[in-house]
Design a protein around this ligand. Structure first.
Ligand code: PSU
Ligand code: MN
Length: 302
């Protein structure tokens, strides 16, 4: 079975030569960040990947085609359309392709398409995980299950602070997905540097991360989470965040927000309540994760 991927020529040629490519998701552009900063951040992430010596491949679905390496115009289209775009998890790919739809790909869908394209390194902000009320709602992101299936290393600042981080780590353990600190020994908490939750494994450099990936894929065909904290200068304090998150969760409950809409609702409430502080932290961690993924991809390719 051949997979119908619409691959950018530079991405295809780099992959053919065994060169470094970094996958980037499109849901963070359409749903995670507001216009026009979302466009600027998407462009800056691609620039960071290039500066680190790798080729960026932003992934999304256009007219039912899985695009691996979206053009500048395509990225701008997703950024402008924003929250009105479909948000596609990996289970949505087949149905959306069959119906010729457009859609922004989440971590789960992006990891699946990256794996099909044989891209091994993927950068984003924070993966989805177990929501704080998941014992009631069963709302656990498909990102976690997909990492247990697709052999892709996701460089992220842990899982988003709005989630239940201890439960998220427990589920990743059950799914046999390694969580490796990049220059840290605690699970990062997205906008905040640390969560107090210890990690079993940590590496100090992109080179060491690439060697760890090589060893992992000798014994496993699953994905990994490579967790890098938000840069110190842009980090927020956990105490300050807790109050905002509590308020945002109450707003979501009052407005009966559920399912796919929860994550982007909470992120945008936090951006409002913090007067842009969470947005600045989000941008900073996205860029530093793009840089680190570019370095790891470069080390992996050589
Ligand atoms: N990282 C960010 N902002 C985001 C996301 C990740 O910094 O908006 C997106 C990713 O696409 C992730 C999704 O897969 O949020 C998780 O959504 P859910 O909780 O509905 O599975
Ligand atoms: Mn969900």
């Amino acid at each position: 079975m051949s997979v119908p991927l619409d691959m950018d020529p530079q991405v295809a040629e780099t992959l053919r030569q065994g060169g470094p490519v970094v996958a980037l998701e499109s849901t963070v552009i359409a749903h995670g960040l507001p216009w026009p900063g979302n466009l600027e951040t998407a462009q800056a992430m691609e620039a960071q990947v290039r500066e680190a010596g790798a080729v960026p491949a932003t992934i999304g679905l256009i007219a039912g085609q899985a695009i691996v390496g979206m053009s500048a115009d395509q990225i701008e289209g997703f950024a402008r359309e924003g929250g009105s775009m479909a948000k596609l998890g990996s289970r949505d790919l087949g149905p959306a392709m069959a119906q010729g739809l457009d859609g922004a790909t989440t971590v789960s869908a992006t990891a699946r398409l990256a794996a099909l394209a044989e891209i091994r390194i993927f950068a984003t902000g924070g993966i989805g995980g177990a929501h704080r009320d998941c014992d009631q709602t069963f709302d656990i992101s498909a990102d976690l299950m997909e990492l247990s299936r697709s052999p892709v290393a996701v460089v992220a600042s842990g899982a988003k602070s709005i989630l239940d981080l201890p439960r998220t780590l427990e589920i990743l353990e059950s799914l046999s997905v390694p969580v490796v600190g990049l220059g840290c020994r605690e699970f990062p908490a997205f906008y905040a540097v640390g969560s107090g939750l210890p990690l079993d494994h940590s590496v100090g450099s992109a080179q060491d991360a690439a060697e760890l990936l090589r060893a992992h894929w000798q014994v496993s065909s699953q994905g990994l989470l490579l967790a890098q904290p938000v840069p110190e200068g842009a980090a927020l304090s956990g105490v300050q965040l807790d109050g905002w998150i509590e308020n945002a969760l109450q707003d979501a409950a009052r407005e009966n927000i559920s399912g796919k809409a929860v994550t982007s609702f909470l992120l945008s409430r936090l951006h409002e309540m913090s007067a842009g502080a969470t947005l600045a932290a989000n941008r900073a961690l996205l860029l530093s994760n793009a840089t680190m993924a570019g370095r790891i991809a470069a080390a992996w390719a050589t």
